[in-house]
Unconditional design. Structure first.
Length: 454
């Protein structure tokens, strides 16, 4: 089973219901078609959908104490609200809304998607995540049904709510993907207050759960528990955007996915800078390609002009050193055990060369490059990565939440690499979920941070 990614040539104009209006922030971008106002029928459907979700939330609220919503300024009204029903939000002051940096301050809020079907794979991940994140980190958990909410409470409420942590559960009444980051990229005002989240255009052929991901912000903003949405007519998944204090980085494959919107890298970079409020850098190798669809699987930007880049050759070398019998209770044929046939993780020359090129590209930009071990399955259905992390600066310490895979030699090498850079390392077990094509950063979307200070 794999995690599908956008495919080149998909329809860039396919939008989910209720996303016809676009924010004036992105209207001037080149190659954007004119869009007519939504019909009265569409407006009524959006209004009734929001009312239905609000009713579902109030039903849950009558039995639970949800997290107190953070203050929402009026300008965070969703950009897709029909203009004849609600006045359009004023344009933000240039430079005040920015994407959350991976190198930012203390994590304040994380969004998760939870379903009964996936719980079995996520058990060890949730156990480590709730236990190792500080109690100051609050959670919003979106569930497809009341049964899923009850299951989450039964299994995880005690651990998730430790030390009076706030955990808000939402029944959105529709299936969701495992990946909350991909369809909602959080932004924040410079003072730490919430800004409208970036919601991309859908990809033609998106499964129903991914299309539903795109609707969450529009459905729940009337309840006051989510900021509004900044909708644009180009495609960009959250896993393909990593950010530090100086740059945001994305792969050249974003250009391939938006050929009708952008004619070249410069146009793409300008659009990203306009939306996210900081300089954009396009990752690519000499063949104008990337080794994986999402940048957060192979690069990790740090502060002080440092970049961690995946190293497949180092990963294979460590894998060979650490090969032993499978963990207790598992067999070599188990879908959650790394394949013991090393030919399945033998790095392809093209992937190795691509990572070398990207490391050189970033070095030319002025970054000090450090390498992290990684393994990539020969069919590219999964990647064992130590780049897909959460980081924060809290109480004077740099902390990394690092995926581990029950592979002691590889895991320890990654732990040592982060410790040498001054991080306090807190490991999170993803050995039951990595085969889906993602790790910690994919599964836990950081949607709010405290303003950083040191």
């Amino acid at each position: 089973m794999q995690r599908p990614h956008p495919k080149p040539g998909s329809d860039p104009d396919a939008l989910p219901p209720g996303t016809a209006g676009e924010s004036p922030v992105v209207a001037p971008l080149s190659r954007q078609p004119n869009r007519s106002l939504p019909t009265l029928t569409t407006a009524l459907l959006l209004f009734l959908t929001a009312l239905g979700s609000l009713g579902a939330y109030k039903k849950w609220q009558s039995r639970h104490q949800p997290a107190t919503p953070f203050p929402l300024p009026r300008e965070t009204l969703v950009a897709t609200t029909p203009p004849f029903l609600v006045p359009p939000p004023p344009a933000p002051i240039p430079g005040t809304e920015r994407v959350l940096a991976d190198t930012g301050g203390a994590i304040a809020e994380i969004t998760l998607h939870y379903s009964l079907e996936d719980e079995g794979m996520l058990g060890s991940f949730y156990e480590d995540l709730f236990a190792k994140l500080p109690p100051e980190v609050n959670f919003k958990v979106f569930c497809p049904s009341e049964e899923a909410i009850e299951d989450f409470e039964r299994r995880w409420a005690a651990l998730a709510e430790k030390a009076d942590r706030e955990v808000a559960l939402f029944n959105v009444g529709r299936t969701l993907s495992l990946w909350p980051r991909d369809r909602r990229i959080a932004r924040q005002m410079l003072d730490g207050s919430p800004a409208r989240s970036f919601v991309p255009s859908p990809v033609a052929g998106y499964e129903e759960d991914k299309r539903n991901d795109l609707l969450i912000t529009s459905i729940l903003w009337p309840t006051g528990h989510l900021p509004g949405a900044l909708l644009v007519s180009f495609q960009l998944e959250g896993g393909n955007l990593v950010v530090n204090d100086d740059h945001l980085f994305t792969g050249i494959n974003v250009l391939d996915e938006n050929t009708e919107k952008f004619g070249n890298e410069t146009e793409l970079a300008q659009a990203l800078e306009q939306v996210f409020g900081m300089p954009a850098f396009i990752l690519k190798d000499r063949n104008h390609s990337v080794p994986w669809d999402h940048a957060d699987m192979y690069v990790t930007p740090l502060r002080d002009r440092m970049m961690l880049v995946a190293d497949l050759e180092a990963g294979l070398r460590l894998y060979k050193q650490g090969q032993t019998k499978p963990p207790p209770g598992q067999t070599s044929s188990s879908s959650t055990t790394l394949p013991w046939d090393e030919t399945q993780v033998q790095p392809e020359p093209d992937a190795v060369a691509s990572l070398e090129d990207i490391a050189a590209q970033l070095a030319a930009l002025g970054y000090e490059i450090r390498r992290l071990p990684a393994l990539m399955q020969d069919l590219k259905e999964w990647m064992l990565t130590y780049n897909n992390v959460l980081m924060e600066h809290r109480d004077g310490r740099d902390i990394v939440y690092l995926p581990v895979y029950h592979q002691p030699t590889l895991d320890q090498a990654a732990i040592n690499a982060y410790r040498e850079l001054g991080f306090e390392v807190r490991t999170v077990n993803v050995s039951q979920i990595y085969h889906m094509g993602g790790a910690i950063r994919c599964l836990a979307n950081v949607t709010r941070r405290q303003p950083r200070s040191w």
